[in-house]
Write a protein that binds this ligand. Sequence first.
Ligand SMILES: [Zn+2]
Length: 464
Amino acid sequence: MAYEVLARKWRPQTFDEVVGQDHIVRTLKNAIIQNRISQAYLFAGPRGTGKTTLARIFAKALNCKDGPTITPCGVCASCVDIAKGAAFDVTEIDGASNNGVDDIHGKIIDTVNFEPAGGKYRVYYIDEVHMLSTAAFNALLKTLEEPPHYVKFIFATTEPDKVIGTILSRCQRFDLRRISIPVIVEHLRLMAKTEDLNIEDDAMLAIARGADGGMRDAQSALDQMISFTGKDIKESDVLSVFGLVARGSIEEIAGGILTGDVAGILRLVAELDSSGKDLRRLTGELVNHFRNLLVCIQLDGDTSQIDLTDAQKGTLTAQAKLSTASAVLAIVENLIELESRMRLSLTPRTILETALIRCARASELVDLQTILRKLAKLTASDNTEAATVKDTSEKKQVKAARSNPVKTESKPAYKSESKENHSAKESSDTTISEVEKNRKIIEIPVIKDALEIFDGKIIDIKHK
Ligand SMILES: [Zn+2]
């Protein structure tokens, strides 16, 4: 059997096989069930998200020998021809290379009056419809408004903003989503199983990250990896082929920012730069990471709304405990600014390093504000607690003095405790240990927090 690329081999053939576009599939199915099929549809979305696939499945659903049906048979002549892109009743037009008035006349306007030959409908599918010239759009307008009852239009575009309003207003518009990373990973896992591949989880994740929401890109990347390494695919292979940075490195840099480990950050950047990684892409991935971290912190550690794999979620949850929302917000803002500066820069590494150092400091600066608030609070509670402590110890001293007048003098002085005779120990111990306990409560949080700001190294030998 002839070799077939994975993207073609795995192209969904039914509505139920379409991945990650449930909102559109449901609406199209309902339109067919309720017999409310519009004369024109516009599928808008990034490349590789399934526009042509959906158009073909919809055409099959209309023209299957059992159609219109939400479960086209896939084996009748009409279904087979449409799947191949060679059906007489379904005209596929590439808007990029057929964008003039003559093209629209020759392929559409002059042919709409021919009734369908095999199926019930004549379907015109124009890909990249935004590439049509204004004159071509205008030529199409009248036919689009009043087509013969058996004519259906499906337009696809990656840039819906460039489609003129008069066309848009005559279409039902569907926006295809970028496919989330976990969905792509699961699909790759299914493909790996069927194709008998041995592929690491992080390798699938790397492919999904590189695909940027496009299933076709992910499938093509997997194809390329099979050609490169055979059936055993490791994360490091994927990273080196596509110039991506390992998930671990991104998380490590993020950890360095959160803990203020500037030396660690600089070492990692140097390593990535010398191994030829795309630093602009790294910046984009860091923005995503901190954006996810911000969501995680804001939702009190809940990661269910973040499109990540379980391993990534584990890291996020751990890192969320290291920082505050305001600190991470400052980091995200710094990184977004960095992203736009890097696009124009001839020395991306220098800009990246300085910005990452700024990020590491940003978290400390924001912490300082939090600390100042804490200090203000503590000063207030300090006074109250100190008063309570003084009050309690004084009362106890008075009480002890009454029961044993000899020991009273020695109690306020700690150092003299050891010199105390044993008969006094029981009552004086209670008083002193309580004072000690209360002193800790009042003083140590202030010292500890202050040390955290002013010298990270001292944190290791903090109290207790
Ligand atoms: Zn069929």
